[in-house]
Design a protein. Structure first.
Length: 163
């Protein structure tokens, strides 16, 4: 019996996809006509309508034709309202996502530009520092040479300490 139910359930789900598409959001919560079609389509226990006790498809068809003439309209209307609400919510989320994507792209571009400017400024400062250091070393070397010459001309044998 359990295998039969799984066969029925799989067939029902397959027919739902065929009738309403692959997206489960477009499927109704319950399609009684499809349920009866699957139940009477053959396979094990033909004409048994699963999940509805021991009622056969024929008995259910007869009962549905009397009791549900106006109810299918309200079900589809409710489902339609829910579907429209979901579509609106999806559109709002898509719009927010698009806005955030644009903002992210702008921030990413600004960050890349700032990073390039920072790298350029770093290279400039490094070059300026190297030039300043070379100038300071040259001045230091000149001053040292001058002190050494002064000391040797004055006959002072005491040389200044090395730096």
């Amino acid at each position: 019996m359990m295998i039969t139910f799984f066969y029925f359930q799989e067939t029902y789900n397959s027919w739902l996809r065929e009738r309403y598409g692959d997206d489960p959001l477009t499927h109704p919560e319950f399609d009684p006509d499809l349920w009866m079609e699957v139940g009477s389509s053959g396979g094990p226990d033909k004409n048994r309508v699963y999940g509805l006790s021991n009622i056969t498809a024929e008995n259910l068809r007869a009962a549905r034709s009397v009791s549900t003439v106006g109810s299918s309209q309200s079900v589809s209307s409710t489902q339609s309202k829910k579907f429209m609400a979901l579509q609106q919510h999806t559109a709002q989320l898509t719009e927010k996502y698009d806005h955030l994507s644009v903002a992210y792209a702008q921030l990413k571009a600004e960050h890349a530009q700032q990073k390039a400017e920072d790298a350029q400024r770093y290279a400039q400062l490094k070059a300026e520092h190297a030039q300043w250091y070379a100038q300071q070393k040259a001045e230091h070397d000149q001053l040292r040479e001058f002190v050494m010459n002064m000391a040797s001309q004055s006959g002072d044998t005491c040389a200044p300490p090395l730096f």
